[in-house]
Each structure stands twice: as C-alpha cells, then as structure tokens.
Design a protein around this ligand. Structure first.
Ligand SMILES: [Zn+2]
Length: 92
C-alpha cells in the first residue's frame, strides 16, 4: 500500500516536488491524504476481509445502540433493525 503525503504549504522543497519532502515527513509537518489511503485499501481488499470488517462494525454499532438506550424496547428494536439491514444488504 502506498501512503501519499501532502506537500506542506510554505515549504519550498515540498512545493517544488509537489509532495512532502523527507524533512517535513520526519518532523510530522505533513498530513496523510486519507482518501487516497482509503482508496488504496479498497482496491487491495478481498471480499472476505471486507465482509468481516463490515460485520464487526455492524455488530459493534448494534450492541452500542442497544446499550446506549439501556436495552429499552425501542433501543433493542433499533439494534435489531441495524442487524436486519446488514442481512438485507448481504442478500443483495
Ligand atoms: Zn517540506
């Protein structure tokens, strides 16, 4: 995976090369271009990994929703709805 560092504004060297210079990277002056990082990951990710990660996120969100609502009937229903949505998505 390649991580792209954005050129630091005001640094001549960064601006000349159109990317972060080693010095700025070393001193943490640069920010990572997150969307490029995400797109790189998405390109390289296989279906099973993606499924596993989304599954974890859905489980976490569903249990947090239930716990956040102190497991009231409404919170439990909302939590069930989140899990149902994921099952629905997997069905296509
Ligand atoms: Zn620089």
């Amino acid at each position: 995976m390649t991580v792209e560092y954005l050129p630091v504004e005001g640094c001549e060297e960064c601006e000349f090369f159109g990317t972060a210079c080693p010095e700025c990277i070393m001193y943490g002056e640069t920010s990572v271009n997150k969307s490029d990082m995400i797109m790189d990951k998405a390109r390289e990710m296989d279906w099973e990994t993606a499924l596993r990660l989304v599954n974890t996120a859905v489980d976490l969100h569903a249990s947090r929703t239930a716990a956040h609502g102190q497991f009231s009937p409404e919170a439990v229903e909302k939590s069930a709805e989140i899990q149902a949505a994921w099952i629905r998505i997997q069905r296509g």
